[in-house]
Write a protein that binds this ligand. Structure first.
Ligand SMILES: Nc1ncnc2c1ncn2[C@@H]1O[C@H](COP(=O)(O)OP(=O)(O)OP(=O)(O)O)[C@@H](O)[C@H]1O
Length: 674
């Protein structure tokens, strides 16, 4: 009994012990991750899928920060981007690693037997031939599939990326957190900006830490500052805090302002060269008021590249404004945050001042509708969770005016058109801008441009997408613009041949919240009805404008064709008529009156060679010219002034001036700059 008790006690103890262990085991399963760790492990969701894409995304993040920064102080952006290829030797010297020659070649993953090498080279030559043929036939060039040399992963390539801007710069003490703490930034307010998540620059740093182990360097000065801040730092991934190597103030005699960011990362220029250049070119289209200087430096001089995308206009869209939330666009968490942050005391004041489109009287009506527990004078900070849920429910059901688009800053039809003409030099272009519309309480504006012909444009649809003035280059197939242009527009009804014409479709969407799919900001889905129908209608409006131009062009061409045909028959017709007339003149007996006086005269002139075949030809030519001119005149008179041929003329102001009014007339738009 005792023993049994003993054993049962033991069992209990053991069980107790086991359950404790179990508990500890369970506890030990629970781990926390810092945001930096999360993004380091899932870097593809931020656009850092592989070395090539990482180089592209790094460029993008730096350029977009530079633009945001210059535009935020209404400074015409002047951006310098330099990508310098760093050889492995140089890289090793930089990090103080002694270069070692390979001894046992077969040990390496990229070892290739002579036979395998020959096979690979033959395959590469075949592919180059196919590419060359495609170029000759004007076919679309596909990115050549990466051919592996042997089974190796190949040698890593390193790049120093430097981006310099003339923007607002950063306060000295904030630099470490801006670049060394994931999810920290200055663009979280409700405002149209390119940046949004407080992630991009940190992802570039995380990638540099993962691929080269090197820190990022930042030089920055704000306006009027007589020193420049220099900071070299990396990021402590586990704690998500900056790890500062050096942070000092340096002389800034010229009172320069802006930022210069330098980072060394692994990348792949060969596969992402065209994407980076497309990105720069499209950026130049959507921001023609910016100046970009792009340079690629390599050890091999043929690979070097310098491109300057010149500024085309001094008119910059006005800076977007920060706005308040629309009641229909908030959730419970956001309401709680706004309550915690508000300086207002009462519920009514809170409703009236922290949201758009709630006037004092409307706030009173809303409070009345909330029920007996609520009163306009109740302290907003004392609201219970239940009461906040009630407010949220009412916000979802009540009627509010749509938010206005005043806080938005679209590129502007004028800039979009300039950008298209500057970069593509098309034969024809039409642009349009929608009035502000709303989805989920966020205002948005769609601007579109359609071009026909131009340089470096392939046959068929060439889609150019922009969101908050960022070019979007990836995931094109799933994007709302591509889907609309390919599936929802009947191009032939606008006299445009979808397969043969060189069609440029440009759509730019700006909003306080661009509904990107994913953090990589690659595309906007076509599942938001408001946006997809606005895109469709903007494209259709451009097509309508183009149709009338095309019709006119076709009519002119037809006239030309008819004239050419008539002219072509003039010699034959003159000869045939002359033959007949000459015969008549030969058989003519003046005594027998067979013709009237005029014909008599004609035959006499023919007989005396006063009228010849040449005379006939000339008269007929004159007649064709005359008929053509009269028809054109008649056409113009019938069509009225609005159908007169028009040419857009752009007058750019001499000084940077940002306030203007557009005066629209059926024939011209006059921009008055004040
Ligand atoms: N060139 C620059 N000039 C001035 N400030 C800059 C510059 N680059 C970055 N910053 C500051 O650093 C912050 C963090 O930049 P980061 O790229 O990490 O995020 P973001 O631009 O805010 O958002 P996103 O992740 O969507 O790009 C920015 O919000 C900005 O305040």
């Amino acid at each position: 009994m005792d023993s049994s008790r003993g054993s049962s006690d033991e069992l209990k103890r053991t069980n107790k012990g086991r359950s404790k262990t179990n508990c500890m085991e369970k506890e030990s399963l629970l781990k926390q991750k810092s945001p930096a760790e999360f993004f380091a492990e899932n870097k593809n969701i931020a656009g850092f899928d592989n070395p090539g894409k990482s180089l592209y995304t790094t460029v993008r993040e730096l350029v977009e920060n530079a633009l945001d920064s210059a535009e935020s102080i209404s400074q015409l952006p002047d951006i310098e981007l330099i990508i310098e290829e760093i050889t492995k030797n140089k890289f090793n010297t930089m990090i103080g690693l002694v270069d070692r020659q390979r001894v046992d070649e077969e040990l390496y993953d990229d070892f290739e037997t002579t036979k395998a090498r020959e096979k690979r080279l033959a395959k590469e030559a075949r592919m180059q031939e196919i590419q060359a043929k495609n170029v000759a036939l004007g076919k679309k060039l596909k990115e050549p599939p990466a051919i592996k040399s042997g089974k190796g992963r190949g040698e890593a390539s390193f790049f120093k990326v430097t981006c310099k801007d003339n923007g607002r710069g950063m306060p000295h003490d904030e630099i470490p957190n801006m670049f060394g703490r994931v999810l920290s930034g200055t663009k979280y307010g409700l405002k149209q900006t390119r940046g949004k998540f407080g992630l991009g620059a940190k992802m570039a740093l995380i990638w540099s830490k993962m691929s080269t182990g090197l820190p990022i360097e930042i030089l920055s000065a704000t306006r009027g500052q007589n020193y420049a801040s220099f900071c070299r730092l990396d990021i402590d991934i586990h704690q998500n805090i900056p790890h500062v190597h050096l942070h000092e103030k340096r002389e800034n005699k010229d009172k320069w302002h802006g930022a210069e960011i330098q980072i060394i990362i692994e990348g792949n220029w060969t596969t992402y060269r065209s994407k980076i250049l497309h990105y720069m070119r499209q950026m130049a289209v959507i921001t023609p008021y910016s100046q970009f200087f792009f340079k690629f430096i390599s050890g091999i001089s043929e690979k070097n590249l310098t491109i300057r995308f010149a500024r085309r206009t001094d008119v910059m869209p006005p800076a977007p404004l920060e706005t308040k939330h629309h009641p229909s666009a908030v959730d419970i968490l956001l309401i709680k945050r706004l309550i915690a942050e508000t300086s207002k005391q009462t519920l009514q004041q809170f409703l009236q001042h922290e949201f758009v489109n709630i006037s004092k009287s409307y706030a009173e009506r809303l409070v009345g509708e909330m029920g007996p527990d609520f009163g306009p004078k109740m302290a907003v900070k004392n609201l219970t969770s239940h009461q906040i849920v009630r407010i949220h429910q009412l916000f979802r059901q009540a009627k509010f005016d749509d938010p206005s688009g005043d806080c938005l800053s679209p590129a502007g039809e004028y800039n979009l058109r300039l950008g298209i003409i500057k970069e593509l030099q098309p034969d024809m272009v039409a642009t349009c801008s929608s009035s502000p519309q709303v989805f989920e309480g966020h205002p948005f504006i769609v601007e579109a441009g359609i071009s026909l012909g131009g340089k470096d444009v392939k046959q068929g649809l060439n889609i150019f997408r922009f969101a908050n003035r960022i070019p979007l280059l990836f995931e094109q197939g799933a994007d709302v613009v591509t889907r609309t242009a390919m599936k929802k527009i009947n191009w032939s009804s606008y006299k445009i041949n979808q397969m043969q014409d060189k069609i440029g479709v440009f759509v730019s969407i700006v909003s306080t919240k661009v509904p990107f799919k994913g953090t990589g900001k690659e595309y906007i889905g076509d599942d938001i009805t408001e946006i997809s129908s606005a895109v469709k209608s903007a494209i259709k409006q451009c097509c309508l404008q183009l149709r009338s131009k095309i019709v006119k062009k076709l009519q002119a061409r037809e006239r030309q064709e008819r004239k050419r045909n008539l002219t072509r028959y003039i010699p034959d017709a003159s000869r045939a008529i002359m033959d007949v007339l000459e015969e008549m003149a030969q058989n003519y007996e003046p005594k027998r009156q067979r013709y009237d006086k005029e014909d008599d005269e004609l035959l006499n002139k023919i007989a005396s060679k006063e009228i010849t075949e040449t005379t006939f030809g000339e008269s007929l030519s004159q007649y064709v010219e005359q008929v053509d001119y009269e028809m054109a005149l008649e056409y113009a008179t019938q069509s009225g002034a609005s159908e007169e041929p028009r040419e857009p003329i752009y007058l750019s102001s001499l000084e940077g001036s940002y306030s203007y009014v557009d005066l629209h007339s059926p024939v011209f738009v006059f921009r008055l700059i004040t």
